[in-house]
Design a protein around this ligand. Structure first.
Ligand code: PHE
Length: 337
């Protein structure tokens, strides 16, 4: 019986396919109540002189059995690893999955260009609130309550003294109140007017204000800096035209046209055949505004400008309907990746 047992064990191990089966066999043969342990116990029934030979035979059987179990366990571990490696195999030759790329909104793209041009000329970026005091939006900009110029900007009033800002110019006031010259800032932001929505109007749109105040700043600085800005934005061959304009907070004031970036002045649908497009308003900051902000207009002078970011963006990309900028239709926006 002892002789056949190892053969029996090897056959059983061969057939065992799972960890559980292996464990069962281990209990069956090597466990405390297992068959080999039982053989050892049988030794008691043998005559004294036969016991040593019997004992060493059983021990030899136990070691052989243990070896067989160890070999089987090793073999099962290797097989499991093999299986896992096969299951986790990657085919590195498969084509990758494309990740769709997002993009900045065209308004943000153009804003960043504008910002980089001005910060490159030493301007800083400052921001102000969209809900603004009437005082900053109008009064300190030389637009008193009964001034007809208020009609130029159809205003959302929050209360008698508070408005939703109609332009970014109140940030000029806030900056001059807070800082000593030299002041060189641009102020980007949303502005609001009670316009009905159509292809060229939106009750909310975006402006970038500029302000440069120091001793001895002249209209020549205004022309130089704004000309340089427009050439950087639309290309070196851009032609500019400064036309007399009117704003209560600047004197003299000008409206600036730039040659159409799409047709280079020849005339196309984007510029309605004119070749030139109005891009911004500007002027020398009115002495009354400088004074209202606590600075001496005899000592300091400067210029301000305000540009419509939506308009700049539309010109740059030949967009003919402002609503496209606000509807967030991905079919439109994905063209700007
Ligand atoms: N605030 C003016 C507007 O919204 C633009 C402007 C700003 C003009 C600064 C001159 C100087 O129309």
């Amino acid at each position: 019986m002892m002789e056949t047992m190892i053969v029996e064990i090897r056959a059983a191990l061969e057939a065992a396919a799972t960890d559980e089966a292996l464990q069962e066999l281990r209990v069956k043969y090597l466990g405390k109540k297992g068959l080999i342990t039982g053989l050892m116990k049988n030794m008691r029934d043998l005559p004294q002189e036969e016991r040593p030979a019997y004992g060493s035979k059983v021990n030899a059987l136990r070691s052989e059995a243990e070896e067989a179990f160890a070999a089987k366990a090793e073999q099962m571990k290797a097989a499991a690893l093999e299986q896992r490696l096969a299951a986790e195999k990657l085919d590195v030759t498969l084509p990758g999955k494309a990740t769709p790329m997002g993009a900045l909104h065209p308004l943000n793209q153009v804003y960043r260009e504008v910002r980089d041009i001005f910060t490159g000329m030493g301007f800083e970026v400052v921001e102000g609130p969209e809900v603004e005091f009437d005082k900053y939006n109008f009064e300190m900009l030389n637009i008193p309550k009964d001034h007809p110029a208020r009609d130029m900007q159809d205003t959302f009033y929050v209360s008698e003294d508070i408005v939703v800002r109609t332009h970014t110019s109140p940030v000029q006031v806030r900056t001059m109140l807070k800082h000593e010259p030299p002041i060189r800032v641009i102020c980007p932001g949303r502005v609001y007017r009670t316009d009905d929505v159509d292809a060229t109007h939106s009750p909310v749109f975006n402006q970038v204000e500029g302000l440069y105040i120091d001793k001895g700043v002249t209209f020549a600085d205004l022309k130089g800096i704004l000309g340089e800005f427009l050439r950087k934005l639309y290309g070196q061959s851009t032609v500019t035209k400064f036309r007399p304009g009117f704003f209560p907070f600047t004197e003299p004031s000008a409206e600036v046209d730039a040659s159409c970036a799409l047709c280079h002045g020849k005339g196309c649908p984007a510029c309605k055949g004119a070749g030139m497009i109005e891009v911004l308003g500007c002027g020398m900051v009115h002495p009354r505004v400088i004074e209202a902000c606590g600075l001496d207009p005899e000592v300091y002078s400067g210029f301000a400008f305000g540009l419509g970011l939506d308009r700049l963006t539309n010109i740059k990309y030949g967009i003919t309907d402002i609503r496209l900028l606000y509807e967030n239709d991905v079919r439109f926006l994905s063209q700007f990746v």
